[in-house]
Design a protein around this ligand. Structure first.
Ligand code: ATP
Ligand code: MG
Length: 176
């Protein structure tokens, strides 16, 4: 039985920090409400702290899948990255349309589209195929205009200041 009377499409985008962490906050809240959650992550691979926490502490509520080769941002390889993103897209679509999940988060999918690994039409089609009672969250910088237009909620994290520019790389437990 679905938990949500109505599901919506949410987009978290912008250059400021907080897109992935906001989606994880929603995962936590939904888990507390007894919801079933699918968290799919594009562009990334490996045991970041959030993936470990979802697998170790929330496995009863959350199904986690990573679709990245792990090298998309450091050493792009067009053919490999496109194949990974496409395979991920199919898994995400299956999870979404299965109706098994109350909340589906597709982290960094907007970046995959921006880089041309997925087409904007793929994202629009995904949004169209969302079951009525499933909440769909798309995250990542550079959300396409058409995606924002079709979404029900768009939050733009604006960067006012970020220590990244002062030379502080991502820290375990805070950024990864
Ligand atoms: P978080 O996961 O902390 O919520 P986010 O999802 O909003 O962040 P992303 O765009 O997914 O942000 O990735 C931020 C990561 O990229 C950080 O680890 C940061 O160190 C790095 N980074 C690279 N360039 C920038 C930049 N211009 N501003 C902020 N972070 C940057
Ligand atoms: Mg992110």
């Amino acid at each position: 039985m679905s938990k949500l009377s109505v599901g919506k499409v949410q987009v978290y985008t912008g250059n400021g920090k907080g897109k992935t962490t906001a989606s994880l906050g929603l995962v936590l809240r939904a888990a507390g409400a007894g919801m079933q959650i699918y968290f799919g992550q594009f562009m990334k691979k490996g045991n970041t702290s959030e993936i470990r926490a979802l697998r170790d502490f929330l496995s009863g509520a959350v199904t986690v899948e990573q679709y990245g080769s792990g090298a998309e941002l450091s050493g792009p390889d067009r053919e490999r990255d496109t194949a990974c993103a496409r395979a991920g897209y199919e898994k995400a679509r299956e999870a979404l349309t299965s109706g098994k999940y109350d909340l589906v988060v597709l982290d960094e999918i907007l970046v995959a589209e921006h880089l041309g690994l997925l087409a904007v039409d793929d994202l629009l089609r995904l949004m169209d195929q969302r079951p009525e009672h499933t909440e769909l969250v798309l995250t990542g910088r550079w959300a396409a205009e058409q995606v924002c237009q079709q979404a029900d909620l768009v939050t733009e994290m604006g960067e006012v200041k970020h220590y990244f520019h002062a030379g502080l790389p991502a820290r375990t437990g805070i950024e990864m």
